[in-house]
Ligand binder design. Structure first.
Ligand code: ATP
Ligand code: MG
Length: 340
């Protein structure tokens, strides 16, 4: 069995919140950035609809899920009703069109076409604003999980505060790189949601366990949950924990309390579930399940599957470093976020 280590929170923890909130405020994108992103989307819509009038564009990822820091890239999903479509070929044609002179007499700069990736994308840059944008095709599940995250973010502001700090920490410490075996921003936000569902009293509900008010079926997966979140804005009010207490408790949980050998975090069910129940106890191919984070809709998908035996060590050492800093460091808001 795993060893549960309980640490008592430092006595001055609440006085640290002010510093964490200043960092949070500094990361929030200004309104002009949002406006520029929308303008870029409209321009793309006009260009795409000339060639494919039935195509639709949706923002997804951090530019639409409320967890985007300033100067982030934007993620765009193009949907087109053609089951036979070859995504790679389509993306290369799209890149050609967007690169050519367009309505404003300049072309987008194509930075990269990742046509063999699990989710094929083209990366392009708008030369006037410098905004980079990743476009993928028919990745509707990502549009739906973006809405789920956005809906959770509206329930209690502490989710946004915690997730911004955790994402910023992960980027500063180099543990936000799936190609190197660490976790995606999406996985970190799910870890924050799950953590706040588990606080007592709970700060977040489990929307997928409530009476559904929103339901769509995507790639044979039924995605349904309670999305009238404006009715839940008092949900977490019985819990008075501050952002610094939560940052402390988050890292303490992942450093010393999580049962890596047996537990799966599940935002879908609002609790921990067992690896055994999901048959995630054995390595299959490259999926090792060393830290298990269930996707809320695509429940066969473990967002921790990118983590290998080397990167799990790096991750756990970083969680421990963060927990120790939150426990003892005189200026944790600085030391925690120091580049690695
Ligand atoms: P960042 O600010 O770092 O760009 P992000 O929210 O855009 O953060 P990403 O990890 O780049 O996060 O993911 C973009 C979106 O793609 C997510 O919001 C999610 O909808 C989807 N996504 C990312 N990884 C996965 C995955 N492994 N499975 C399913 N959907 C994913
Ligand atoms: Mg992104």
């Amino acid at each position: 069995r795993y060893l549960r280590r309980t640490m008592k929170c430092r006595s001055d923890v609440n006085s640290l919140s002010h510093h964490f909130l200043l960092i949070y405020d500094s990361l929030i994108p200004p309104d002009e950035e949002k406006t520029r992103q929308k303008q870029l989307l409209s321009l793309l819509e006009r260009l795409v609809s000339k060639e494919w009038p039935e195509a639709r564009l949706y923002l997804y990822g951090s530019c639409a899920n409320s967890f985007g820091v300033c100067k982030s890239d934007i993620d765009v999903c193009l949907t087109i009703q053609d089951a036979e479509i070859d995504k790679s070929e389509f993306l290369l044609k799209l890149a050609d069109i967007l690169q050519a002179d367009n309505l404003q007499n300049y072309g987008f700069h194509i930075l990269q076409a990742l046509t063999r990736a699990r989710v094929p994308i083209v990366k392009l840059m708008d030369p006037t604003t410098g905004i980079s944008c990743d476009i993928c095709i028919n990745n509707v599940l990502a549009v739906v999980n973006t809405k789920l995250l956005r809906d959770y973010a509206q329930i209690d502001e502490r989710l946004k505060q915690l997730a911004y700090i955790v994402k910023h920490w992960a980027k500063s410490r180099g543990v936000n790189q799936t190609y190197r075996g660490t976790l995606s921003s999406y996985a970190y936000v799910l870890m924050c949601i799950h953590f706040l569902q588990q606080r007592r009293p709970a700060i977040l509900p489990c929307l997928q366990e409530m009476e559904p008010t929103y339901s769509v079926t995507v790639d044979d997966i039924e995605c349904s949950y309670f999305d009238k979140v404006e009715k839940l804005c008092d949900f977490g009010s019985r819990n008075k924990e501050t952002i610094s207490q939560l940052v402390w408790a988050f890292f303490n949980y992942w450093a010393y309390c999580h049962d890596y050998a047996n537990a799966v975090i599940s935002v879908r069910s609002g609790c921990l579930i067992s690896k055994q129940a999901k048959y995630w106890t054995r390595r299959v191919g490259n999926d090792r399940h060393l830290i298990c984070i269930e996707d809320p809709f695509d429940t066969k998908h473990d967002l921790g599957r990118v983590v290998d035996k080397f990167s799990i060590k790096v991750l756990r050492e970083e969680f421990e470093r963060a927990a120790e800093i939150m426990q003892h460091d005189p200026t944790p808001w600085i030391t925690l976020l120091e580049p690695y």
